[in-house]
Write a protein of this length. Sequence first.
Length: 131
Amino acid sequence: MLSRRDFGRGAATSLGAMAVMSSGAAGATSEPKVSLNILYPNREGARFDLAYYRSVHIPLAMKVMGAADVMLIEGVPMGNAAPPYVMIAHFQFASSAALEKGLANPAIADVRADIAKFTDIKPTVMRGSSA
């Protein structure tokens, strides 16, 4: 069980581990947003090139999918425990139709092929909805 002090350290440490990128297309709306969440589980010996991911892969994915925003959440240790995920990418879309259009783009094959350039982790993909 985490003590308050360890929890606070973990929370403070993780503050710098999140980034948000926007295409500028998102506007204020009361409707729920559709998301595509890509989770990279942490495992011993896994390879993940964070610099390449941020500078090359994410801009490519944003362009191809036409996402309104993306929030990148980098896993950081809590005390002595390794994070369960190396990275979580939370892509937001204005609607289900926008997500479907992005996933139907033929260039999505280029995004998938690019994964091998920065990691050997098989990602978990989850579609979601958020208010």
